[in-house]
Design a protein around this ligand. Structure first.
Ligand SMILES: [Zn+2]
Length: 718
């Protein structure tokens, strides 16, 4: 174990933001692993160490994709964002993401804040005004920004590139750069029309960005973040438009700007500020110190696709405004993959949080733990169901759960649940208790450096320490000969259990509360707005019997006794349960089915073949026939040997349909037969013709058959 370098952080003010989820779908494990679980661990830890924390998030509800989705589904953009805002908000509550406020950018306070922010920059002369030619759909009477236009990517030739970005090669460009642009609304070829927009001249801020990030944060920002920022700045920064010709968004607050809104990347990060204002008003606090006091630490948790917005554009906006602090850190994560493939909303390649909870009820902490232990902190990482199962069975069940269960069961069995009075501590006891006291600083050091994987493993090491202590000291044997020694062992083990109950809170909040209930320790949740106890009645009933004060993070280091002699604990309850092979196999099968469906959906329709003459067609002699007999071709997986009545004769046809049909299924079937195909031998059997087939999206063969009983064998098909 590393020796801690410094004590856990001293009290101060933190504004922690988690990326605003885009409100056109639910959220999945990639979002949780990349942003929300690490942000939550950080926020919970800071609260436990006595800091003043505002943990802020909200739905990002503007932008073109939402309006396109609304058009497709025949509803209003507001319907779309209302639906997904509710789903996302519930997922965060369900998974214990302890946000102080989850707001939304369609809120009035946000419209006012973003409008005001724009006006301030406008009045300070921070924008460039420019009239440019933009693509325009005459029929829809609308300018075609971003996703409203599709055309050929000038870089890679992808014919389905969007106006703002090519999804194939990743290049971002202007809609006017596309070759053969088409309107996504009407399919029309757009015209060019002049329009005025406002631009933020990022080039003007280059010197400050170089000084502040490239010099100032070389050591404390993650290398992946620093590297991306550096390459952006070195590439040369250009002015970026902050307005759009659209009817969904925040209207540009200028007299000559009708039909224009703030571009979504301009309004979205201001959402952090509006959400803080909304929270402060509700709590009777002043919001300004959380954004304007230089002693406040502002930390943005995001995924790597948002680095440029949080490290370059938003700071440039804050700096231009002049009264705001800049982020202290932007610990962006890399991406999480799922079973070897990129997570994808459109391909449904994801584990959606609502679905996870249906399949694994009350097991939020297992997912939180598996995602943290395998977090994509320094490189893209893969989530596999096998790893999820192993994290649960080998760590949560076998180490953490096993230790707690033995401590609680034995305390109840030997002492009716009362914490026994220890006799003299042995050297091992002293060393063990000293080791426990070192953990808060060790885990804190990892968390404060945004190394949540490492932190979660240190927590598990504390459980290992407890498990090993019991296994070595064997109270179940010692009790037969040394009653005093047994009391000491159980006393020490109960102290370790109490430390685990407190230190696990940022990582495993549901388990931590359950364990506090079992040990009758007070919850820490009055320090958080989010009540996550699964069993409020029991928690309330126990409150009177519980210790009066919750244990803080630093109490684990400072107090000699966490659970006093004579304190009554509750009965044993399993914290975790084993996940069986069948359970994870069912999840893997679900993904495989998705993969198959995707492949089928993506199968391109083959282009039309070369034109043939009518004479060419009449050469084919197609007849109605009936299958009279069918049997499997020995040693051939795909082939059935059929006897077919063609009306002309009864002949043998070998057909490759055995993987889709049993012989019994096809006997009696009316079919279309190509009767004048030259005979050919298949595995020694001469096949005299061909039966016409097609297939379903998932690869099952289908007969092309005349479905009227009145058509007789031998009739021509033409
Ligand atoms: Zn491209």
């Amino acid at each position: 174990m590393n020796q801690p370098k410094k004590p856990a952080s001293s009290a101060s003010r933190y504004t922690i933001t988690a990326a605003l989820p885009y409100t056109n779908g639910p959220i999945h494990i990639g979002h949780l692993a990349g942003v929300y679980v690490p942000a939550d661990i950080y926020a919970r830890y800071l609260r436990l160490t006595g800091n003043d924390v505002a943990f802020i998030c909200g739905s990002d509800e503007h932008g073109v994709p939402i309006t396109i989705k609304a058009k497709k589904e025949g509803v209003s953009p507001q319907d779309i964002v209302d639906k997904y805002h509710a789903i996302i908000k519930k997922s965060f509550e369900d998974f214990g993401i302890s946000l102080d406020n989850y707001s939304r950018t369609s809120a009035k306070i946000h419209h006012e804040t973003a409008s005001g922010f724009f006006t301030t920059l406008y009045n300070k002369g921070e924008f460039i005004e420019e009239v440019t030619e933009q693509l325009y759909d005459e029929e829809a009477n609308q300018f075609l920004a971003d996703r409203f236009v599709i055309g050929t990517c000038p870089k890679c030739g992808n014919e389905e590139s969007y106006g703002d970005q090519c999804e194939k090669c990743g290049t971002s460009h202007n809609a006017t750069d596309l070759i053969n642009p088409k309107s996504a609304i009407t399919g029309n070829v757009p015209t060019l029309k002049q329009t005025k927009h406002w631009f933020l001249p990022l080039d003007k801020h280059e010197a400050f960005l170089r000084e502040w990030i490239l010099k100032g944060h070389k050591k404390d920002w993650k290398p992946n973040v620093y590297g991306q920022v550096k390459s952006w700045i070195d590439d040369g920064l250009r002015p970026r438009a902050v307005t759009r010709d659209l009817d969904w968004g925040i209207p540009v607050p200028l007299p000559d700007a009708e039909g224009k809104v703030l571009y979504v990347w301009f309004d979205a990060p201001i959402g952090y500020i509006s959400a803080t204002k909304e929270w402060a008003a509700r709590e009777g606090k002043d919001w300004e110190p959380y954004w304007k006091d230089k002693d406040t630490k502002l930390v943005h948790f995001i995924g790597k696709d948002n680095i440029v917005f949080h490290c370059i554009i938003f700071p440039a906006m804050l700096k231009a405004e002049g009264s705001y602090i800049l982020p202290d850190n932007v610990p962006a994560n890399e991406f999480l993959n799922l079973e070897g493939n990129k997570l994808s909303t459109s391909k449904n390649w994801a584990v959606w949080l609502p679905e996870y909870l249906e399949d694994f009820p009350n097991q939020q902490d297992v997912l939180r733990y598996a995602l943290t232990a395998n977090a994509p902190e320094t490189k893209d990482n893969d989530f596999t169901w096998k790893d999820f199962q192993a994290r649960n069975n080998n760590e949560l069940v076998a180490i953490f759960g096993n230790f707690i269960n033995r401590v609680v069961v034995l305390t109840n069995k030997y002492y009716n649940g009362l914490v026994p009075e220890p006799s003299e501590f042995s050297q091992i006891d002293e060393e063990t208790l000293a080791a426990v006291k070192a953990y808060p600083a060790v885990i804190a050091s990892s968390i404060e450096r945004y190394r949540f994987r490492e932190a979660s493993q240190e927590l598990m090491n504390l459980a290992r320490l407890g498990n090993k202590y019991l296994a070595d000291e064997e109270p179940w044997k010692v009790i037969k000969e040394d009653e005093a020694r047994t009391r000491t062992i159980m006393f020490v083990a109960l102290q370790i259990a109490s430390a685990l109950a407190t230190l696990s809170e940022p990582f495993l909040p549901f388990t931590s509360n359950k364990l506090k209930d079992i040990l009758r320790l007070c919850h820490n949740e009055e320090q958080s707005d989010v009540v996550i106890s699964s069993n409020k009645e029991i928690a309330t009933a126990q409150k009177n019997e519980s210790l009066k004060d919750a244990l803080s993070w630093n109490d684990i280091s400072l107090k000699d006794t966490l659970l006093p002699v004579g304190h009554q604990i509750g009965k044993a309850e399993l914290l975790f349960s084993k996940i069986e092979d069948e359970t994870v196999q069912a999840q893997i099968d679900k993904l495989l089915a998705t993969k198959k469906a995707n492949e089928a959906a993506n199968k391109a329709v083959e282009p039309q073949k070369e034109t043939i003459s009518f004479e060419d067609f009449t050469k084919l002699d197609l007849r109605v026939g009936t299958i009279l007999e069918a049997e499997k071709m020995p040693k051939a997986k795909k082939l059935l040997v059929l006897k077919v009545d063609t009306g002309i004769d009864v002949r043998t046809i070998v057909s490759g349909i055995a993987e889709s049909f049993t012989p019994e299924e096809v006997v009696g079937k009316k079919v279309t037969v190509l009767v004048n195909l030259a005979p050919r031998a298949l595995r020694g059997v001469e096949s005299q013709g061909m039966i016409l087939m097609t297939e379903t999206a998932d690869g099952k063969l289908v007969f092309v058959n005349p479905d009227d009983a009145k058509v007789n064998n031998g009739l021509h098909i033409s």
